[in-house]
Design a protein around this ligand. Structure first.
Ligand code: SF4
Length: 282
């Protein structure tokens, strides 16, 4: 166990404010999925090989962000598809290791899957009728508990009447009915931050599933967001307790098949590395 916890190391002033720790929806979700996965990613900071699914998401997000730089009449499927190859090239220039992500024989199939996802976007909404207020917006807020919540919102739409819609693109398929809670947690997290920042509960949370062409919509209220705040703070306390005890237990589930750290996981016969010295988790 490290002598100084990552949470304590995050006790640094941010813009003159005292912060005890910081949490993003993805890190909170990691901990809820599996505390050991959180440890591998946020405490050990182990590298993970790029996954074709994740990189497809990054490329498609990039195109959808840039699409709104164009005049409304030019936001067509043909234009979006033309933007795909340059976006992929730009990403590889920034991260050259991505070029090795797939064997050459599979690259064209992967590009085709990117095109399919992008074309499907146009079946769920018409970008020529939208003028987003923000894209890839960094948001943060400091809760009374001194926990900093932060993350990136894919898109923020603000109606002429002032109502705010938080939009997130997912390149996978929509969850089955009854299994939406995990996806909505991320959106409620962002809604909580927006509420604290703007003083108004977003009117709509909207998830666009481009893997299946479905849209999940949710209208939050203050009670929802207060419950989300309690949940986020409880997750943070659980993380701190794990830091203090060194007990980062694995929580095997079907998501293990996507975990890059199975070889180090006791649930798969592995042994985690010794905990690192003082380091900040994110
Ligand atoms: S393999 Fe499964 S149980 Fe092990 S760290 Fe990864 S997600 Fe957790």
């Amino acid at each position: 166990m490290s002598a100084v916890s990552p949470a304590e190391l995050l006790s640094t002033p941010v813009d003159g404010l005292h912060v005890l720790g910081a949490l993003s929806p993805s890190r909170a979700s990691d901990f809820m999925t599996c505390p050991l996965l959180y440890r591998f990613r946020s405490v050990d900071k182990l590298p993970e090989p790029p996954s074709p699914d994740a990189v497809r998401g990054t490329v498609v997000h990039k195109v959808l962000e840039q699409l709104f730089d164009l005049p409304a009449r030019d936001r067509t499927p043909v234009t979006a598809l033309d933007m795909l190859a340059p976006a992929w090239t730009e990403l590889q220039e920034a991260e050259p290791e991505l070029a090795e992500m797939l064997p050459e024989a599979e690259r064209e199939r992967w590009m085709t899957s990117c095109r399919t996802v992008l074309e499907r976007y146009f079946t769920v909404e018409d970008p020529s009728r939208l003028e987003p207020a923000e894209r890839e917006l960094y948001v943060e807020t400091l809760l009374e508990s001194k926990l900093l919540l932060r993350g990136f919102v894919d898109r923020l739409d603000v109606a002429s009447t002032g109502e705010v819609r938080v939009v997130d693109y997912k390149t996978g398929r929509a969850p089955r009915p009854g299994f939406e809670a995990k996806a909505l947690f991320q959106m409620k997290f962002y809604a909580l931050v927006m509420w604290r920042v703007r003083g108004e509960v977003p009117a709509m949370l909207q998830l666009l599933y481009l893997g299946s062409g479905e849209v999940l919509r949710y209208q939050p209220d203050e009670a929802d967001l207060r419950a989300t705040e309690r949940k986020v703070v409880a997750i943070w306390h659980a993380i701190r307790a794990a830091e203090q005890s060194g007990d980062w237990r694995p929580s095997p589930s079907k998501l293990c098949s996507w975990c890059a750290h199975q070889e180090l996981c006791p649930a798969f016969g592995g042994t985690p590395p010794p905990l690192p010295g003082p380091a900040a988790a994110d």
